[in-house]
Design a protein around this ligand. Sequence first.
Ligand code: TXA
Ligand code: MG
Length: 357
Amino acid sequence: MQTIVYKIDETEENIWLKDAGKVLADGGLVGIPTETVYGLAANALDEKAAAKIYTAKGRPSDNPLIVHIAGMEMIHSLVSELPESALKLAEKFWPGPLTMILPKSDIVPYGTTGGLDTVAIRMPSHPVAWKLIYDSQIPLAAPSANTSGRPSPTRAEHVYDDLNGKIEMILDDGPVGIGIESTIVDLTGEVPMVLRPGYITREMLAEVLGEVIIDPAILDENKDKNFKPKAPGMKYKHYAPKGDLHLVEGAFENVVRKICELTEEKVSQGYKVGIIATEETKTIYEQQIAGNDAVVIMSIGTRKDEDTITHNLYDILRRMDGADVAFIYSESFGEGTRGQAIMNRLLKAAGYQQIHV
Ligand code: TXA
Ligand code: MG
């Protein structure tokens, strides 16, 4: 299959909008930008179209898809119940990076929900995603547009690298803003529960709803307890870069010293090593490891603005793959408002290998 790529800023709106809408109406797949990550979209109400998503991504079929809507009118036919809590969250956070789990209606196929009686719904704020859904009036099932197990795509090039030849179209609108996937909150239980941390934090949800809990299965301290996460996708090892990633955590000077030590050790054994630094520490590593071709140092962003860190996170994992490093050592980012979301992604990418110093 030939994958058509439309660059949004070079293509007239009536062309990409009409062509992408036609692919979706015909049951095909389109890679689309959203404010979180690029999504791989299909008609959520067409079971055969949804099935193609699983094939293209190599995704396990028990891992349900998120259904994207544009406008509150679209939600009523998709859910069998719309609690007050959902309306309050929608009012405050939609369109935006929040996904709500609600009881599904009969028109949503089990092929979209991975066999569950609930459905995940999100209203994206990205203008391209929004226009496409609004114009076509098709609710779009869209997981992240990566091959299963690879870092989520934050640029159209990432979608192309993983899915060229497997999908009909990609809408390229440059890098996304946020860079990590939406927060998922389950509203079907007695107390709202965060199933996946994201840009919108538990505290932000609690301000609107009162008590909000976090699925105990996704907390680091329970990682060895074999709890079953409520979001099926959270049980898979995710986002794994090819290099063996370790996170180093502790006081700033200790972290830098440990990363330099580990790097020197691996380089002396003949390996190529990547270091994930910050704007604050990049030059320190450069001075320590000066002029060594076997070391690649990349800055993930600045600790003064954690949005820069979410923005670059997946891109840096992919660039480390491109640099062909055998080992990657990264600083840790547990503090701050988005620390939980950032560390959730990084720890999974590292297979929970973390060194405390
Ligand atoms: O930001 C995002 O949410 C992006 C963009 C494209 O919108 N999408 C995304 O989709 O991250 P995906 O498929 O990579 O992740 C969907 C997650 C999975 O962990 C899945 O198990 C969970 O949502 N999920 C979907 N439906 C669910 C349901 N009914 N109950 C529990 N978890 C559900
Ligand atoms: Mg994903």
